[in-house]
Write a protein that binds this ligand. Structure first.
Ligand SMILES: NC(=O)C1=CN([C@@H]2O[C@H](COP(=O)(O)OP(=O)(O)OC[C@H]3O[C@@H](n4cnc5c(N)ncnc54)[C@H](O)[C@@H]3O)[C@@H](O)[C@H]2O)C=CC1
Ligand SMILES: CC(C)CC(=O)C(=O)O
Ligand SMILES: [Mg+2]
Length: 354
């Protein structure tokens, strides 16, 4: 197979984890005989600095013309608390998702046997937890009408029936491939937009009797997720709730540096860690590259390359078992290695596995 990958490294730790994603993807393609071409493009603060736009037209064109995007992270404290600035790096990420029509963000949350001890939650609670959050990605508050002045501000959470139906369809399809249990997370006791979600989901669940569908308010879900994470199989929710719940989900796995995601929909799919640009760690070679590397696994799987995906997952597991890890998950933090060493170890492992 021939793969053309748009590489959007972005800001903060973005370029460091991006390099490790490229290393691993290159190793897998070499091993399985695929041809891969990477085309880099600007996004976030790096793009604002260069051309004044966090998602320039040229970057959009690179993404549109690629088979997939390997995205890292955006965000820079220089843009925080500056209401005078009209552009922010995060707008680049939102624009990419909107312009590519990526309405579904697939965020798997799982535990790793060798890391159970890293979770602040008890082993008997997290052990075996394995669920997927399907987060709506192009609607809700992040995209609704906004107003901002010195003494009044609002954001609106709006959804159409069509937007809800298409994300629920993704969720029902996912549930069918797993344990056939779907939890719809909303705040229908308060929010009108949630009531529409629930109505549409109830209608669709009546037509989908092979899936057990239940409903949970988001506040309850946030508690249940860490009290009894094995309850969940597939969870579907609107944009903001999904964003927040999955950061909480990373606690089950053991680190923010572990959760990958796939953003899919109409245009070029994007594979991206769920974490941000962690500016305090930029340039220190301490960021965990595994969320980025596991996003590469999801990329292969998206194209039906299951063996290639499995090869990445196996190498990631082996690195953790060997204790070749960054400080956030290293069994002995005094023996932690750098971001680059983790990527190199994993790509060498893949190259040696013939
Ligand atoms: N997808 C994206 O590009 C996102 C961008 N952001 C942006 O990132 C910047 C920083 O935001 P924060 O709220 O601090 O979120 P963040 O996800 O960048 O960092 C939060 C914490 O997670 C941990 N962490 C994150 N990435 C890690 C990694 N690879 N390895 C190990 N630990 C890791 C660190 O303890 C860090 O303090 C902001 O500008 C924010 O807007 C935030 C979330 C998503
Ligand atoms: C920075 C936001 C726009 C995005 C975010 O936090 C996320 O997608 O997880
Ligand atoms: Mg987030």
């Amino acid at each position: 197979m021939k793969l053309k990958i748009a590489l959007l490294a972005g800001d903060g730790i973005g370029p460091e984890i991006s390099r490790e994603g490229v290393k691993v993807m290159t190793a897998v393609c070499r091993r399985f005989g695929h041809e891969v071409e990477f085309v880099s493009a600007l996004v976030g603060a790096a793009a604002i600095d260069a051309v004044g736009d966090p998602f320039p037209e040229e970057t959009y064109n690179v993404c549109r013309d690629a088979d997939a995007v390997l995205f890292s992270a955006v965000g820079d404290p220089r843009f925080d608390n500056r209401p005078d600035l009209k552009v922010r790096p995060e707008q680049g990420l939102l624009a990419m998702r909107k312009k590519l029509g990526l309405f579904a963000n697939i965020r798997p949350v799982a535990t790793f046997a060798s890391l159970i001890h890293k979770s602040p939650l008890r082993e008997d609670i997290v052990s075996g937890a394995d669920f997927v959050c399907i987060r709506e990605l192009t609607g809700g508050m992040y995209f609704g009408e906004k107003y901002e002045s010195d003494d009044h501000a609002y954001d609106t959470c709006a959804y159409t029936r069509g937007e809800i139906e298409r994300i629920l369809k993704v969720a029902f399809d996912y549930a069918r491939r797993r344990k056939r249990h779907l939890t719809v997370v909303d705040k229908a006791n308060v929010l009108a937009s949630s009531r529409l979600w629930r109505k549409v989901a109830q209608e669709m669940s009546r037509e989908t009797p092979d899936i057990t569908t239940d409903f949970m308010y988001v506040d309850n879900a946030s508690m249940r997720m860490i009290q009894d994470p094995r309850f969940f199989d597939v969870m579907v929710t609107e944009n903001t709730f999904g964003d927040i719940l999955t950061d909480e989900g990373s606690v089950i796995s053991g680190s923010m540096g572990l959760l990958p995601s796939a953003s899919i929909g109409e245009g070029t799919p994007v594979f991206e860690p769920i974490h941000g640009s962690w500016p305090e760690a930029a340039g220190k070679n301490i960021a965990n590259p595994l969320a980025q590397i596991l996003s590469v696994a999801m990329l292969f799987e998206h194209f039906g390359l299951a063996e290639e995906g499995e090869c990445v997952r196996k190498a990631v597991d082996a690195s953790m078992e060997a204790g070749v890890s960054t400080p956030d998950i290293a069994p002995d933090p005094s023996k932690a290695v750098g971001t680059d060493a983790v990527g190199t170890w994993i790509s060498d492992f893949i190259a040696a596995e013939r």
